[in-house]
Design a protein around this ligand. Structure first.
Ligand code: AMP
Ligand code: MG
Length: 345
C-alpha cells in the first residue's frame, strides 16, 4: 500500500487535507495523526473491519482494546453509558490526556474493545486531532502508532519508520507535547481506579474524585501471573531492541557504576541528564532532561529509547526515576521497557 505523508501545522489552513483524511477514515482506511500525548493509528471506531486493519498494521494482539477518540466530552453519550463522575473528570481534564473506561453501547463493535463490554473514551486537545475527528463525524479508534511492543511514536518520523506501507496516510503535525500516553481511569461508582498513569497525575485525580485507587499495573507492582485491569498493561512494551536496564540508587553511585561497566568492556548506552552525559565524556549518551525536570523527561523518553537503540550497544542504562507526580507515569513506562530489570547500585 502506498502511504501518503502530509504536513498539517494549522488545521484552519488545511481544510482540503483534513477532508481527504476524513474521507479515508469514513471509507474504512487508516490515518496516523498527532495528539498531545503520542501519535495515534486511527480508524473508524464504528467499523469492525477498520479495527481489524489497525490490529494487523500494528501487529497488536486483538484482545488488547483500542481507545476511541471523540471531539467533545458529551459525544461519549452516543457510544458509552456515562454518569456524573465521568462529567466531573471531563470538566476537569477534557479535552486533554485522560481516558475514561465506561460501559459500552452497541454503536461500538466488540472488535474495537477486544471483546470487553466496556469502552475507553478520550477527547484529545491537539488541534489537528480535534479537527480530524470533527471532519470525520465519527469517533476514531486509535492505539499508539508504533509496531506493537516498540516505544510509542512522539514524532511523525517514528510513525513513518514503523508504519509506512501499512496505512493510507500519515499526518505530520510536529512533535507531541507530552510524549507519554494518556492517563487511563476506570470508574467504580465514585471511585476512580488508575489503570495507567499519565500526565493527569494521581494527585490531580484526587482533587476531583472522592476516592482514587492505584492499580498494581499502574504502580508497576503487577505480578507476572496477574491479569491487569487494562489488558495492554500485561505486554512487554515500549522496548528498544537492546536490553534496557534501570539502575536504582543515589545520583553519586550512577556515574561510577557506568564507568565500571565500561572498564569491564561492556558497550553500554546511557539515557541521562546533560550534566551526567558530560561526566561520561558524552560517549554513547542520550540526553533526556534533568532528574528534576519530569516534563522534559516525559517529552523525551520514547525518542531517547529509540535514539539509544541506534547506537547499537549491548545494553541501555537509565536511572530509576522518582515516582511522585509525573514520575509515576515515567517509571511505569521505563519499568515495562526494562521488562522489570532493575539493578540496585
Ligand atoms: P494504546 O492505545 O496503545 O495507548 O493502549 C491503550 C490502552 O488502553 C491499553 O493498555 C488497553 O488495554 C487499554 N484499554 C483500552 N480499552 C480498555 C477497556 N475497555 N478496559 C480496560 N483497558 C482498556
Ligand atoms: Mg501503545
Amino acid at each position: 500500500m502506498k502511504t501518503e505523508i502530509i504536513k498539517i501545522n494549522n488545521p484552519a489552513t488545511a481544510q482540503d487535507e483534513l477532508c481527504r483524511a476524513a474521507q479515508i477514515l469514513r471509507r474504512g482506511g487508516l490515518v496516523v495523526f498527532p495528539t498531545e500525548t503520542v501519535y495515534g493509528l486511527g480508524g473508524d471506531a464504528t467499523d469492525p473491519d477498520a479495527a481489524r486493519k489497525i490490529y494487523e498494521a500494528k501487529g497488536r494482539p486483538s484482545n488488547n482494546p483500542l481507545i476511541i477518540h471523540i471531539a467533545h466530552p458529551e459525544d461519549a453519550e452516543q457510544y458509552a453509558v456515562t454518569n456524573e463522575y465521568y462529567y466531573r473528570l471531563a470538566r476537569a481534564f477534557m479535552p486533554g490526556p485522560l481516558t475514561v473506561i465506561l460501559p459500552k453501547k452497541d454503536t461500538i463493535p466488540v472488535e474495537v474493545t477486544g471483546g470487553l463490554d466496556t469502552v475507553a473514551v478520550r477527547c484529545p486537545s491537539h488541534p489537528v486531532a480535534h479537527a480530524l475527528i470533527k471532519a470525520t463525524e465519527r469517533p476514531i479508534a486509535a492505539p499508539s502508532a508504533n509496531i506493537s511492543g516498540r516505544p510509542s511514536p512522539t514524532s511523525a518520523d517514528y510513525c513513518i519508520s514503523d508504519l509506512e506501507g501499512k496505512v493510507d496516510m500519515i499526518i505530520d503535525g510536529g512533535e507531541c507535547d507530552i510524549g507519554l500516553e494518556s492517563t487511563i481511569v476506570m470508574l467504580r461508582g465514585s471511585t476512580a481506579v488508575l489503570l495507567r498513569p499519565g500526565a493527569v497525575t494521581y494527585d490531580a485525580l484526587c482533587c476531583v474524585c472522592e476516592t482514587v485507587e492505584l492499580s498494581a499495573a499502574a504502580e508497576g507492582t503487577l505480578a507476572e501471573n496477574e491479569r491487569p485491569l487494562a489488558p495492554g498493561m500485561m505486554y512487554r512494551h515500549y522496548a528498544p531492541n537492546a536490553p534496557f536496564v534501570l539502575l536504582d540508587g543515589a545520583r553519586e553511585a550512577f556515574i561510577p557504576y557506568i564507568q565500571s561497566r565500561r572498564m569491564s568492556g561492556e558497550q553500554c548506552a546511557v539515557i541521562c541528564s546533560a550534566e551526567e552525559a558530560k561526566a561520561l565524556d558524552e560517549k554513547n549518551t542520550v540526553i533526556y532532561g534533568d532528574p528534576e525536570d519530569l516534563t522534559t523527561q516525559a517529552h523525551r523518553l520514547f525518542s531517547a529509547l529509540r535514539e539509544a537503540d541506534v547506537l547499537g550497544c549491548d545494553v541501555i542504562y537509565a536511572r530509576k526515576p522518582a515516582t511522585d507526580g509525573l514520575g509515576l507515569a515515567l517509571y511505569n513506562r521505563m519499568i515495562r521497557a526494562a521488562s522489570h530489570t532493575v539493578i540496585k547500585i
